[in-house]
Design a protein around this ligand. Structure first.
Ligand code: FAD
Length: 459
């Protein structure tokens, strides 16, 4: 029996396709990277189906690319070497919410929007950390790429919020990680050997996550946004250090755009929240005082007259921080997500503008402050999807900002193949060998999302 017929046997003819339309769609994403080529698209509904598909692929040496929303923009869920795209969106059940221990257990296809609206409806006092990504992206896809959400400055990046996992290994075994491996509850992932790390940051090259236990957080009663601005880029590291030292923000990001003119400066956007009015008012006053006295005074202004539409966008969950950045028209967008130590921000800021200008683009920045403190510095590029030259320029600009990131001592987050290669070229050789060994151990036939984290000719 051929691979297609075997897949039909496992999931039924309605949930597998090799038709032209599906193949076209699943062979690319909305970023600027070149397309791949899927041979089959499958939508499993259960862990058992995933297991059977993985065992089939392992037996027949057919590549498998797991896919959630497919929205990293850096082509991480696009098959580089053909084979099966395993679209997890069919596994979309929210299995448990524990209100007291504050966690949820979900299947891998649950989207950010589905979890958010489910909690809002049924557990209005709870929330999860929601990224500023399209609502159709999955919670699992985000956690696995070490994404960040609207409460990350307060509680950590989203991969730190994992309580447990169920994973189908590339050889077909179903494996549990965290407290759920020793008992019925998914209340924590430790204290046990830290196995979640075998699947986080690996881009689906080590197994298929089928279930996830994820922490939930109290939803505060009071929230508001406070915006401060300055023209002095060199003040940024000290400002971030000071704001995070006070340790009272829920969310904290920086934005700037060359157009319109009023946006061509640094804006610090602070989301403050509180469960009591007095607590909330105290936080607000402390930050106003902090910036008034900051750097000798008068260098950072409080934006008193924030437009109501902007206030709403920033307060939405997720916030809509990117404003009018579709400068080129045509809807294309991709970014180098550079994780930097904060002291590198001024240099990255200036050089990022130079890169954008070199390729005829206007600069547009959204940077998310992360715990540490560190920062996800977005070198953002909008391009016209209908214009081949524009796409090529974007690829070149991305390559330059990836290189700049490493040259400044940062790390490219969720990088496309070129960025992964840059990381591996710079990596300690024993670390690289360890990565290769771990992959080989878990996936002896190299079927899982091949091409990613592949040292290839790097020695
Ligand atoms: C406009 C825009 C704004 C964004 N803002 C943010 C932001 O604020 N914060 C943020 O964190 N991200 C952001 N992103 C990036 C990205 O969209 C999100 O991180 C998103 O949550 C990724 O999830 P996904 O379901 O699309 O993952 P996918 O792209 O489907 O998958 C990501 C990787 O994980 C693997 N994978 C997926 N599911 C599984 C599974 N079940 N088992 C094993 N491997 C799997 C895939 O093979 C791939 O390598 C943004 C993207 C856009 C387009």
């Amino acid at each position: 029996m051929g691979v297609y017929e075997s897949l039909v046997n496992i999931v039924g003819a309605e949930r597998v396709s090799r038709g032209q339309e599906e193949i076209y769609f699943y062979s690319r994403d909305s970023g600027a990277q070149p397309p791949g080529k899927a041979d089959y698209v499958v939508l499993p509904k259960s862990t058992q189906e995933v297991q059977e598909i993985v065992m089939l692929a392992n037996r027949e040496r057919v590549p498998i690319t797991p896919m959630g929303g497919g929205f990293t923009l850096s082509s991480l869920a696009v098959p580089k070497k053909g084979g099966i795209v395993l679209d997890m969106k069919g596994m979309n059940r929210i299995l448990e919410v524990n209100e007291t221990s504050r966690y949820a257990v979900i299947e891998a296809g649950v989207t950010q929007a589905a979890l958010r609206s489910y909690l809002k409806r049924n557990y209005p006092d709870l929330q999860h950390s929601t990224p500023e990504a399209p609502p159709a992206v999955t919670v699992v896809g985000n956690v696995l790429i070490q994404g960040h959400g609207h409460i990350s400055p307060r509680y950590g990046v989203n991969s730190e919020m994992i309580n447990g996992m169920e994973v189908v290994l590339p050889t077909g075994e179903i494996c549990k990680i965290g407290a759920c491996s020793v008992g019925p509850s998914w209340f924590t992932r430790g204290p046990l050997p830290e196995l979640a790390g075998l699947f986080v940051g690996w881009y689906g090259t080590t197994g298929v996550v089928t279930k996830l236990g994820i922490r939930l957080y109290p939803r505060p009663k009071y929230r508001d946004v406070f915006v401060f601005s300055t023209d002095d880029v060199d003040l940024i590291p000290e400002a971030i250090a000071g704001v995070t030292r006070l340790d009272l923000v829920e969310d904290f990001f920086l934005i700037s755009q060359e157009k319109p003119d009023w946006m061509n400066r640094v804006f610090f956007v602070l989301i403050l929240s509180g469960h009591f009015e007095e607590e909330f008012a105290l936080k607000r006053d402390l930050y106003k005082r902090f910036f008034r006295d900051f750097a000798g005074g008068g260098k950072v202004e409080f934006v008193e007259d924030l437009h109501p539409a902007l206030r709403k966008r920033f307060l939405d969950v997720p916030p809509l921080a990117a404003l009018a950045a579709d400068f080129r028209k045509g809807g294309g967008f991709e970014y180098t997500g550079a994780i930097f130590p904060i002291e590198k921000v001024p240099e990255a800021w200036r050089k990022g503008i130079e890169i954008a200008h070199r390729y005829g683009m206007l600069c547009s920045y959204v940077h998310q402050v992360l715990p540490g403190p560190s920062i996800m510095f977005g070198f953002n590029y909008s391009f016209n999807r209908a214009d081949k030259k524009d796409i090529e320029n974007t690829r070149r600009a991305l390559k330059e900002s990836n290189k700049l990131t490493y040259d400044l001592g940062g790390i490219v987050w969720k990088g496309e193949l070129g960025a992964q290669k840059m990381a591996m070229e710079r990596m300690d050789s024993n670390t690289l060998r360890l990565i290769t060994r771990v992959k080989g151990l878990l996936d002896p036939n190299g079927i899982m999302n091949p091409g990613n984290w592949d040292p290839g000719d790097i020695s």
